[in-house]
Write a protein that binds this ligand. Structure first.
Ligand code: MBD
Ligand code: FE
Length: 279
C-alpha cells in the first residue's frame, strides 16, 4: 500500500463531510422552538463553564479543537459517535418493532441492488470468515412483507468502510437486498472487525486526552424498508464480541446481538428477523 492509499482521519472525515453535504438537509423548526433549544444549550454550557471553572487556556484549546474538527471533516464522526444515540432514542419512542440504532457517518445511498439470496459485493481475496445472514421482514402481526428491502453495509476485516478508505473499491461490502415475496433474505458476507476511531484526527485526540478508548464493537449496519411501513435504521452486533459492553458510540442494545454458529458446511450462519411498525 502506498502512503496516498492509506486511510487517514482527514481522508475519511472529508469523505464523510462531502457525502453529508450532498444531502442538503432541512428541518421545519419554528423560531420559538429554535429559541427554546438554543437557550437550553447555552445554559447547559454556561453551567459547565461555571461548575468546572473553565480557564482561558482551556477555552482557547476548545476553540482550536472545534476548528480542527471542521478542517478534518470530522463533524459527522464526532456527532454520530457522541450525540446520535440520544437522538435515536427519542426518534424510536413508542415504536414496537425491531430496535433502532444509530446510522453513523458511513451510509451510502443507492448501493447495488441484489436478489433475496445473494453475496455482498466483495474483493476476490476479501479477508475474513464467511458469514451467512438470513431472516425475514415482518409486520407487527408476524406477516412476511412483500416489497421489503434490506440495505446492509459494514466494515471489512480491518475495520475500514468502502467510500471512506481509499484502498477499498467503491461498493465493497454494501448492498440493497430485495427480499422475496414473503420478506425473506439470505445474504453471504464476511465477519467485520471492530471499528477504531482514527487516532490521527481531532475526534481521536479528544478521546485520548480524556483517557477513553476509541473502539466500537464489530457491527453490521442495516436500513430496512417496506411499503407502508416505518423504515428502521439499526445495527447488529456479535455475542461476546470485544467492546460490546463499552461501545464508544453507546449504540449497542441487548436485542441487537447475533450469535452465529457454524452450519453443516462449517460456515457461520445466523438468523435475524426484522419487525416494522406501520408508517
Ligand atoms: C462507525 O462505523 C459507526 O458505525 C459509527 C456510529 C460511528 C463511527 C464509525
Ligand atoms: Fe459502523
Amino acid at each position: 500500500m502506498t502512503t496516498s492509499e492509506s486511510p487517514t482521519a482527514v481522508g475519511s472525515g472529508t469523505a464523510a463531510t462531502d457525502k453529508f453535504l450532498q444531502e442538503r438537509v432541512s428541518a421545519d423548526t419554528p423560531p420559538e422552538r429554535v429559541s427554546a433549544i438554543a437557550k437550553d444549550v447555552l445554559e447547559a454550557l454556561a453551567g459547565v463553564i461555571d461548575k468546572h471553572g473553565i480557564t482561558y487556556p482551556e477555552y482557547r484549546v476548545l476553540k482550536q479543537w472545534l476548528i480542527d474538527i471542521g478542517q478534518f471533516g470530522e463533524w459527522p464522526l464526532w456527532l454520530d459517535v457522541f450525540l446520535e444515540h440520544n437522538v435515536e432514542e427519542v426518534a424510536y419512542r413508542g415504536q414496537h418493532g425491531t430496535k433502532g440504532s444509530i446510522e453513523g457517518p458511513y451510509y451510502v445511498a443507492d448501493a447495488k441492488t441484489l436478489p433475496a439470496k445473494c453475496e455482498l459485493p466483495m474483493r476476490d481475496n476479501e479477508v475474513g470468515s464467511k458469514l451467512v445472514f438470513e431472516g425475514q421482514v415482518r409486520d407487527l402481526d408476524g406477516n412476511g412483507l412483500d416489497g421489503a428491502t434490506v440495505e446492509l453495509w459494514h466494515a471489512d476485516d480491518e475495520g475500514y468502510y468502502s467510500h471512506f478508505a481509499p484502498h477499498i473499491p467503491d461498493g465493497n461490502l454494501r448492498g440493497t437486498i430485495v427480499a422475496d415475496g414473503e420478506g425473506r433474505f439470505e445474504i453471504t458476507t464476511i465477519q467485520p472487525a471492530p471499528y477504531q476511531i482514527p487516532t490521527d484526527g481531532p475526534t481521536g485526540w479528544f478521546i485520548e486526552k480524556a483517557g477513553w478508548h476509541p473502539w466500537r464493537p464489530a457491527h453490521l449496519h442495516l436500513m430496512v424498508k417496506a411499503p407502508g411501513k416505518r423504515t428502521i435504521t439499526t445495527q447488529l452486533y456479535f455475542k461476546d464480541g470485544e467492546w460490546i459492553e463499552n461501545d464508544v458510540a453507546t449504540a449497542t442494545k441487548p436485542e441487537l446481538i447475533l450469535d452465529p454458529k457454524p452450519g453443516a458446511d462449517g460456515i457461520n450462519r445466523v438468523t435475524y428477523d426484522f419487525v416494522l411498525d406501520p408508517a
